[in-house]
Structures are given as structure tokens and as C-alpha cells.
Design a protein around this ligand. Sequence first.
Ligand code: HEC
Length: 122
Amino acid sequence: MRPKIRVFIPAMIFLAQIINSPYAKSAGEEGDPRAGKADWIGAGCYSCHGYAAQGAEDTGPQLTKHAWTFEVLSQIVRNPISVMPPFTKKLLSDDELRNIMAYVNSIHQHKKNKNENIGSGK
Ligand code: HEC
């Protein structure tokens, strides 16, 4: 297992860099975080996971501990494992879900940047 993980992590970092690069912007693959905030509220995700996806003890887990890929997020949202209701494409389109992903990932990124500044004197 270990050697695979060692390859996997650099591969993920490489992918993250591509996704963050300006070249990927025109593809529309990464979604719009502003529209995503509205979709997050409109679809009702906030009611269980909180407005900033911070989670709530009895209703839904925090979603901002790491960044989400569309593949993983859509798998979970379309086929949740337990209490969470499934969101079909009719209820929530792929584009809307991409926007939601961008919104949640932007909160994660913001928190990460803030943590990186701890102790830096800024
Ligand atoms: C009725 C409450 C509820 C709503 C509404 C809801 N969720 Fe969830 N969500 C949960 C619960 C509870 C879990 C934990 C797994 C389970 O029980 O299904 C979860 C799990 C998740 C996970 C996996 C978390 C992890 O760390 O594995 C993601 C991602 C997620 N939800 C995203 C969303 C998105 C996006 C929406 C809106 C489209 C949404 N949820 C709407 C309750 C909800």
C-alpha cells in the first residue's frame, strides 16, 4: 500500500496545480464559487451542513477539511450512504454541483491560507 500512496499524493498535487492554473479556467470544469453559494443554499445543503459547510453535530458533517473533486462529490451527493437524501440530476444539475464544489473548496482554501499564516507575523 505505501508505495502507491507515495505516488498518489504527488499526482494529486500535480492535478491540483493543473486545476488551479489559468489554463483550466475556460473549461468551466471548476465551477463558480459565487453561484455555488446560492446553489448551496437553494438546494438545502446548508440546512444540514451549515451555511459555511462547517457542519453541525446532529445533522451533517463538516465538509471543509479538504478539497473535493467533482468525481467524489457527485458520487456522494447522487448516492449518499445513509441519512443524507440523494440529489438526482433533476434536483441538482452537474453544473450546479460544480458550483457548489467551487464554493465549498473556496472555504477550504481560505481556511488553509489562514492557517498557513499562523506564526508568520502577518
Ligand atoms: C438532511 C440533511 C442533509 C442535507 C440536506 C445534505 N446533507 Fe450532505 N450529509 C448529511 C449527512 C448526515 C452526511 C453523513 C453521511 C450520511 O449519513 O449520509 C452527509 C454527508 C455528506 C458528504 C460526505 C462527507 C464526508 O466527509 O464523507 C458530502 C460531500 C455532502 N454530504 C454534501 C452535501 C451537499 C453538496 C448537499 C446539498 C446538495 C448536502 N450534502 C445536503 C446530511 C445532509
